[in-house]
Design a protein around this ligand. Structure first.
Ligand SMILES: [Zn+2]
Length: 133
């Protein structure tokens, strides 16, 4: 469960609504929740593929004519979406502040905090999202 006192009492409802709005997909790269997808590195780091051979770009648009042999390293990742707070304030649960993100996109979202090496508490609060879900 999220840390009591920081989230509003109706957090579970807000969280569920965010997932519905997002269509159970990452709002930044469109990977589906609870699916295993292939991720790539290098110039194709934003791409992902499904086990039936579908390849999608970082916006979730189907990519045709993709050659896996050109993609460099790849690995399978089990996607677990979580609701992130764009302003890093877990108490700010306005619809415009919430985004359903995959692990990769949430790490991108948190990168400024991690790089800054400050606001550690907020960073830890955000990373805890995956433990809560
Ligand atoms: Zn994503």
């Amino acid at each position: 469960m999220p840390e009591k006192g920081k989230y509003p009492p109706d957090w579970e409802s807000l969280r569920a609504e965010a997932f519905i709005r997002a269509g159970n997909r990452c709002e930044w790269c469109a990977v589906p929740d609870r699916a295993t997808v292939m991720r790539f590195t290098g110039e194709f780091a934003s791409y992902w593929a499904t086990d039936d051979g579908g390849v999608f770009d970082g916006a979730g648009k189907a990519v045709h004519g993709f050659h896996f042999s050109d993609a460099g390293e790849s690995r399978f990742v089990y996607i677990v979406l979580a609701v992130a707070h764009l302003d890093y304030e877990v108490s700010n649960c306005s619809e415009s502040n919430l985004r359903v993100l995959c692990q990769r996109c949430n790490l991108r979202h948190l990168a400024p905090l991690a790089k800054a090496g400050r606001r550690r508490k907020k960073y830890k609060d955000q990373m805890r999202l995956w433990e809560d879900q």
